[in-house]
Design a binder for this molecule. Structure first.
Ligand code: AMP
Length: 379
């Protein structure tokens, strides 16, 4: 099946056409691209998708798209599975916009534009939050008044679900463990980063919360902080606004705030050159990851594997070492030779006598979305 995978942001559209029957990753990816400047140089999402369709004419050689899979950030507690798109689904995604004001409105634009550009082609929505729908209530609730939850939907949702789900499946297969009996900790470490406790192959807990700001120290996001910091700053600084605070915590914090740069490669290079700020930033970041790994090991009653994925998790052997060096109490030991070997397949990077294997598993959200799309459309 030829599946067009679309990720619509407010000013950009990232797309990939995949042949789900291709034997290798190279054979599966027929075309990919990015259209930017929607709202400035390109008037709207419909115009962007028309441009995309034009760009696709040559690589498609007259073949037609069989189905479209959309990455949708927020499914709230309405969507716990991928769904076939119809009018009512688009409406519900729109209604969830208060939970993801930057993303869901753009997704709705993209869904409508795709319907106009590819009339009659079945479309599927795959939600970043869906994999986390299995979290039990004592895990997803915050200890705040009930009406925060009932009126505003304040609870833990979790994100990067498509990646956590995909990587969990690959790791269980790789280790020869039935997914339904697989306990693990998955660290998705990219510019945005989250970590998930996997129990019996499903999500038990995850570090992102009501929004993707919670949990780990990230490229530009603070991760967990004491919420009183916000009220305190607002009360002490009369020029401060809630919008400004939101920008600071999402775009000016994390590695960027401490080390002066949000790119892991640059920060690691700076640390190796003796930069104290870079060292502090990496200590803070790796300490937080290790703390979650310890907690989630307890949560799942003992993980059978620790899995690293995404930009930093897959590529930065230095950062993996910084994290795993803090896991001595769990008997988890990294093999420095194996850790430094690069590769684009799942691999083990722990020593023979490590309490559990440490794996690097490349994530592939487009592939996961295409597979979920085919599964629904074929059914
Ligand atoms: P992602 O959001 O998954 O694309 O990941 C982006 C992050 O991965 C950035 O912080 C990059 O610095 C980091 N990254 C990508 N490639 C490498 C690499 N070869 N070594 C270290 N970090 C990398």
């Amino acid at each position: 099946m030829l599946v067009l995978v679309i990720n619509c942001g407010s000013s950009s559209v990232k797309y990939q056409v995949r042949d789900t029957e291709g034997a290798t990753e190279d054979a599966q990816v027929i075309a990919k691209g990015l259209i930017e400047n929607i709202g400035t140089k390109i008037p709207n999402h419909t115009a962007a998708l028309e441009l995309m369709a034009k760009d696709l004419e040559e690589p498609l050689h007259g073949k037609t798209i069989d189905a479209i899979g959309h990455r949708i950030v927020h499914g709230g507690d309405v969507f716990s599975q991928p769904v076939i798109i119809d009018e009512s689904v688009i409406e519900k995604i729109d209604e969830l916009s208060p939970l993801a004001p930057l993303h869901n409105p753009a997704h709705v634009q993209g869904l409508k534009a795709a319907t106009a550009t590819y009339p009659g082609v079945p479309q599927v929505a795959v939600f970043d939050t869906a994999f986390h729908a299995t979290m039990p209530e004592h895990v997803f609730r915050y200890a705040v008044p009930e009406n925060f939850y009932t009126d505003y939907g304040v609870r833990r949702y979790g994100f990067h679900g498509t990646s956590h789900d995909y990587v969990t499946g690959i790791a269980a297969d790789f280790l020869g463990i039935e997914r339904s009996e697989f306990n693990a900790v998955v660290a998705h470490l990219g510019n945005g980063a989250s970590i998930t406790a996997i129990e019996d192959g499903k999500c038990l807990d995850t570090s992102m919360g009501y929004t993707p700001l919670a949990g780990l120290v990230m490229g530009t996001r603070s991760g967990d902080i004491d919420p009183s910091v916000l009220t305190s700053v607002l009360m002490q600084d009369s020029t401060m606004t809630t919008e400004r605070l939101d920008t600071i915590l999402n775009k000016e914090s994390g590695l960027l705030a401490i080390a002066g740069n949000n790119d892991m490669r640059t920060v690691v290079d700076a640390m190796e050159a003796g930069d104290e700020r870079a060292k502090l930033a990496l200590d803070m970041t790796s300490y937080r990851v290790a703390k979650y790994i310890g907690g989630y090991n307890v949560a799942v009653g003992g993980a059978q594997a620790l899995i690293f994925t995404a930009g930093i998790g897959e590529n930065s052997h230095q950062f993996r070492t910084l994290v795993t060096d803090r896991l001595g109490a769990l008997g988890i030991k990294i093999d420095e030779e194996a850790n430094k070997v690069r590769g684009d397949h799942a691999r083990i990077i722990s020593t023979e006598d490590s309490a559990i294997p440490i794996l690097v598993v490349p994530t592939n959200e487009e592939k996961a979305i295409a597979e979920a799309t085919v599964e629904l459309v074929a059914a």
